[in-house]
Design a protein around this ligand. Structure first.
Ligand code: UTP
Ligand code: MN
Length: 495
């Protein structure tokens, strides 16, 4: 049956976008139908031909072969009224979808899995099942953090704090896998628009395993989790937490000290067999200051100092805050800056010069400069730890404060941790995305790119395995578009 196109008021434009060839059908399970209503004839032709050129089968008629109906610009009500008029029968394998599913599939070069957010729901069905509306809302939550919008407004802190303590404790025990499961569970809860009201609210949520659900249940029933209380009082947990809070002391060192029976800083510092490295020495030396959170005001003051130093070296270079502060956090454990130089090659000289300037200003307390090991010929990398090959430095600097922080020492400054990274110009966008975080958001972006799109993403590049090409990006939006993802603003990446 041919759909009756509604009369359009617009004047007809020439129809042919590109001629229809004899393209090979690659995806036999999918037959598309694009609704002309609101989309218009010429755009429909254009999109149909685009899809065919990518190996999709597109039916011009709403036949019984059609599996995916795609609509643009129609309200759910008018679309479904029209579909009914066409005698469109519901079958379980037929999808009525928003144009976003189509565009994501085009950029992926293959049909992407249909998710709840792609559906245009029949409003009459919606009314019938409104009793289940809260569960329905929950089922739209993606398993990937990069498909969720997570602001700092966490409505489920009581649960996420508990789950994150469990995760941290497992990290301290070296159980990275189970730890990640709790981190993911916490992250899903952080993205919810409201607090969980009862245990059943967790049923439709992804990434919540039996353990996570049990913890939530206990908090619902008792107001807290006995397992979490136990961990907070556990000697190993407390000691690992204390030791690893020192700059330069990682989990391995913390564990080593714990196993040797050490429990306090005093014991570590008076143990003759322990040789602290330069970083750890600075960590202990400035512990009191750098274990305190850095405020946004302090971060802004530091930005001016960094900018001044950078511009001295290269008047055309720019400095941007990244990390947690770019995501809108009010406090951080350090301040992360990314430097953009206008020409390739300039990134290599800028950090040593900034360090020299801080020295001459007498504000440098510690510096660890890591020269660039970036080699474009080694891309794409297949290891996806957060580390990258760019020129960067980890610093502790003196930040002048209004009041003297310590009357006895008569200090008018506070020691603050600062990270600077200076990627080559053409790598800037990928580096900015990577350094903005959060860590779990980045992890899921990479996982999504690899598993759902056959692409490799890291701080250096985005690589398409299907075509063996690097995908260019001038903005973060470009990277999301390459991945067929809706753009997520930095302040929505607090996964
Ligand atoms: P941070 O550890 O500074 O975290 O790393 P944060 O989100 O700013 O949080 P706080 O407030 O300081 O505690 C910022 C981002 O930079 C990435 C990390 O993966 C994280 O997403 N990063 C860090 C890299 O990509 N490469 C590095 O070498 C270091
Ligand atoms: Mn940071």
């Amino acid at each position: 049956m041919l759909p009756t196109a509604l009369p359009t008021r617009k004047r007809r434009r020439p129809e042919v976008a590109f001629a229809r060839g004899r393209e090979e059908v690659k995806f036999r399970d999918v037959t598309l139908y694009l609704v002309e209503r609101r989309m218009g004839k010429s755009r429909r032709n254009f999109l149909s031909n685009l899809a065919r050129s990518k190996g999709f089968c597109v039916d011009d008629a709403l036949s019984s072969d059609v599996t995916h109906v795609v609509s643009e610009g129609n309200s759910a009500q008018e679309l479904w009224n029209w579909l009914e008029e066409q005698g469109f029968g519901e079958k379980h394998d037929r999808h009525v979808l928003h144009i976003s599913w189509f565009t994501e599939s085009m950029s992926a070069g293959q049909p992407v899995p249909v998710e709840i957010r792609h559906y245009i729901q029949d409003p009459s069905v919606d009314q019938k099942s409104s009793a289940h509306s809260s569960a329905k809302q929950d089922s739209t939550v993606s398993t990937y953090a990069c498909q969720r919008r997570t602001t700092l407004n966490n409505h489920n802190k009581i649960f996420t704090d508990a789950l994150e303590i469990l995760a941290e404790n497992l990290e301290f025990c070296g159980d990275q896998g189970p730890s990640l499961a709790f981190r993911r569970a916490a992250s899903v809860l952080k993205s919810l628009p409201a607090a969980l009201r009862r245990q059943e609210d967790t049923q439709r949520l992804p990434c919540l395993g039996e353990h996570s659900k049990a913890i939530i249940e206990e908090i619902f029933e008792c107001g807290s989790s006995s397992r979490v209380e136990e961990i907070l009082n556990d000697e190993r947990y407390r000691t690992m937490k204390l030791f690893s809070s020192v700059f330069g002391v990682g989990l391995k060192t913390s564990e080593n000290w714990f196993c040797r029976g050490l429990r306090t800083f005093e014991q570590v510092l008076s143990e003759p067999s322990i040789r602290l490295n330069r970083m750890q020495t600075a960590g202990f030396l400035f512990y009191e200051d750098i274990s305190k959170p850095v405020s946004r005001t302090e971060a802004s003051a530091l930005k001016i100092i960094v900018e001044e130093a950078v511009i001295c070296v290269n008047p055309f270079a720019t400095v941007s805050i990244t990390g947690g502060f770019r995501r809108g956090k009010e406090f951080g454990h350090d301040v992360d800056f990314i430097i953009k130089t206008p020409e390739a090659g300039q990134e290599d000289v800028i950090l040593p010069a900034v360090i020299e300037r801080f020295k001459s200003q007498n504000i440098l307390l510690y510096s660890d400069l890591q020269e660039s090991t970036f080699d474009i010929r080694q891309l794409p990398t297949h290891c996806f730890d957060a580390m990258d090959h760019f020129s960067k430095c980890f610093l502790i600097v003196k930040l002048k404060c209004e009041q003297e922080t310590d009357a006895r020492a008569a200090r008018d400054w506070k020691a603050v941790r600062v990270d600077l990274v200076a990627p080559p110009l053409e790598r800037y966008t990928y580096a900015l995305l990577g350094w903005t975080g959060s860590t779990l958001f980045e992890r899921d972006l990479r996982r999504f790119a690899r598993l759902e799109r056959g692409k490799l993403l890291d701080n250096h590049a985005l690589y398409d395995k299907a075509t063996n090409t690097f995908l260019p990006a001038n903005t973060e939006e470009d990277i999301f578009a390459h991945l067929g993802l809706e753009y997520i603003e930095p302040w929505q990446r607090n996964a």
